[in-house]
Design a binder for this molecule. Structure first.
Ligand code: SF4
Length: 338
C-alpha cells in the first residue's frame, strides 16, 4: 500500500522554504500562520530547502549556515512547534537526492521544460546563469521531496499548483512502470491565506526594500508604516482619497476589524481623517503582533544550539519516514540490498 497512514492516523502535509535568513510579515501571513494551524490537524513535515536554494544560488554558498538557523528561529518564534511538526533540513536527509536521481531516469525532459516557472525564473533572474541541469530538475527534486514522505497534502499558492500536478504525474508514471502502487499521489491543499503586500503595495520582499522583518525593532516598524506611500491624490489633508489606491488600506484589511475599516473608508473619501491618523491603528496592530514573536526569537537567538538540536531531531524523524519509502522504491526498481 502506497500511503503511509493507517485509518486513524492524521494525514501528512509537507511544505518547505528556501533558507533566505530572517523572514518578514509577508512570509508570516502568506505561509507561517497557515503552517501553524495545519500542525494541529495534520502530521506536518516542514523543511529548509537548502538544496533548492543551490539550484539558483550555487555561487553564493557561504550564507547558508547562518540562514538556516535564522529562518528556523523565525519559524519557532511564530509558533511552529517541534513537538507537533518535524522541522528538518533537506540536505540532512540524503534520501531526497536518491529518489530524485531514480525519478530522473523515467521523467521525460519535456515535462520539466514545460513547468511555467522554468522559463519565467530564467527571465526574472537574468544575470544568473540558470541553464543548468540542477535548475531544470528542481521541480523533480520537489516531487521527490513530496513523494518520499507519501504526503497526502501540499499547501499551495497559485504558482505551485503546477508543481503538485507534475508530482502526481511522476508518481503515476512510476507506479505504472513498476506495476505497483509504490508512490502516493499528493493533493494540493488550497487554504485561505491573507495577502499582505509590501509597504509600497507590491509583493513584500527583502530585495524590493519594502518589507517589515519579523524581528524588526519597534521604532523602525513604526517609522516604516508612518512613511508608507498613500493614495497619491491626497496631496493635502483636505483632499479626499480612495482606499482602493492605497497600500495602507491593504494593511487595514489584514489587521483591522469592521468598525475600524468603516472609519477608514468614510474618513478617507470625505477627507475626515488624515493619513497619519489612519496609519495609527495599523502601527499598533503590527507592533502588538510582532512583540511576542520578537520575544520568543530572542530566546532562540541566545540559544542557537537548541535550534540546531530541533533541526537534528526533526531530520532524524524525517529520515525514518523517508527510508520507509525508499525501501519500497528500491524493491520496485529491482535494486537489491547488499
Ligand atoms: S486615509 Fe488611509 S486609506 Fe486613505 S489615503 Fe490616507 S492612509 Fe490611505
Amino acid at each position: 500500500m502506497a500511503e503511509h497512514s493507517q485509518p486513524n492516523q492524521p494525514k501528512r502535509v509537507l511544505s518547505g522554504m528556501r533558507p533566505t535568513g530572517k523572514l518578514h510579515l509577508g512570509h508570516y501571513h502568506g505561509a507561517l500562520k497557515n503552517w501553524r494551524s495545519l500542525q494541529d490537524g495534520y502530521e506536518c513535515f516542514y523543511f529548509v530547502a537548502d538544496w533548492h536554494a543551490l539550484t539558483t544560488d550555487y555561487g553564493d554558498t557561504e550564507i547558508f549556515a547562518n540562514h538556516v538557523v535564522d529562518m528556523v528561529i523565525d519559524w519557532l518564534a511564530t509558533g511552529i512547534d517541534p513537538g507537533k511538526a518535524s522541522i528538518f533540513l533537506q540536505s540532512a536527509v540524503p534520501e531526497h537526492a536518491e529518489l530524485h536521481l531514480l525519478l530522473s531516469m523515467t521523467t521525460p525532459l519535456s515535462w520539466l521544460e514545460r513547468v511555467p516557472s522554468y522559463k519565467e525564473q530564467q527571465t526574472r533572474l537574468e544575470g544568473k546563469s540558470l541553464d543548468t541541469y540542477g535548475f531544470l530538475g528542481y521541480p523533480l527534486l520537489q516531487a521527490a521531496d513530496i513523494l518520499i514522505y507519501a504526503a497526502e497534502f501540499v499547501p499551495v499558492g497559485g504558482d505551485q499548483a503546477a508543481h503538485v500536478e507534475l508530482t502526481r504525474e511522476v508518481a503515476r508514471r512510476f507506479n505504472h512502470l513498476h506495476r505497483a502502487p509504490v508512490l502516493a499521489e499528493p493533493a494540493a491543499l488550497h487554504t485561505q491565506v491573507a495577502k499582505l503586500p509590501g509597504l509600497d503595495g507590491q509583493k513584500m520582499s527583502k530585495s524590493y526594500n519594502n518589507a517589515i522583518a519579523l524581528r524588526e525593532a519597534p521604532e523602525s516598524v513604526a517609522k516604516k508604516i508612518r512613511t508608507m506611500p498613500t493614495d497619491p491624490a491626497r496631496v493635502r489633508r483636505t483632499d479626499p482619497g480612495d482606499p482602493a489606491k492605497c497600500p495602507v488600506w491593504q494593511f487595514h484589511q489584514v489587521y483591522s476589524d469592521a468598525n475600524t475599516r468603516d472609519w477608514v473608508r468614510e474618513g478617507c473619501v470625505s477627507a475626515g481623517i488624515g493619513c497619519v491618523d489612519c496609519k495609527k491603528p495599523v502601527i499598533e496592530a503590527v507592533l502588538a503582533e510582532l512583540a511576542p514573536i520578537r520575544e520568543t526569537a530572542r530566546h532562540y537567538e541566545n540559544n542557537p544550539d537548541e535550534v540546531r538540536d530541533i533541526i537534528r531531531q526533526g531530520s532524524e524523524k524525517a529520515r525514518q519516514a523517508a527510508s520507509a519509502t525508499m525501501d519500497r522504491v528500491r524493491d520496485a526498481m529491482g535494486l537489491s540490498r547488499w
